[in-house]
Design a protein around this ligand. Structure first.
Ligand code: ZN
Ligand code: ZN
Length: 164
């Protein structure tokens, strides 16, 4: 056996080895195709769904929460002076630092008469009184029961159409 033959034999073995490494075994790749599809398509979809789920249930409720606020009392924010801040025009209980919806006259917690501050002149008065004793501003319109249409167009006086 010459040196050339030995080199040739070694070269052939090397090529054979390289071909096994470089050229993929297509049979096994096709068998793995469903797994690749699952990993490549279903995986990202599940990830997106999971992210959406996380976004929907963790992030979204914070933004949407104010829409579902119960029209019950809410806590008054504490101002820089350490005292609760009550907005004008809304009944509030100073004792419990609660702000009530317009139309409420008594505190649910301590049953005290609520106080409302006039939005125009800032004077406080019991929420049971509709008209401001200082400037005459009336808050009564907001105390109408629900479902009453305040925007209805005033029609002709009763009997006016029949007389015509
Ligand atoms: Zn109270
Ligand atoms: Zn007033």
């Amino acid at each position: 056996m010459s040196i050339v033959d030995t080199l040739n034999a070694g070269w052939t073995q090397l090529l054979d080895l390289l071909s096994k490494v470089i050229i993929p075994d297509w049979g096994s790749v096709i068998l793995m195709l469903p797994i690749l599809i699952v990993l490549g398509v279903v995986g990202p979809l599940l990830t997106i769904l999971a992210l959406f789920w996380v976004w929907y249930f963790i992030v979204k409720p914070r933004g949407a929460a104010p829409r579902f606020v119960d029209p019950g009392p809410r806590g008054a924010p504490i101002g820089r002076d350490g005292y609760p801040q009550f907005p004008a025009g809304e009944p509030y209980c100073f004792q419990d630092a609660l702000i009530y919806p317009v139309g409420t006259t008594r505190c649910d917690v301590c049953s005290r008469v609520l106080v409302v501050r006039c939005p125009r002149c800032g004077l406080g008065r019991p929420a049971e009184i509709d008209t401001c004793g200082n400037c005459g501003l009336v808050l009564k319109a907001e105390k109408l029961p629900r479902g009453m249409d305040l925007r209805r167009v005033p029609g002709p006086p009763p009997g006016g159409a029949a007389a015509a």
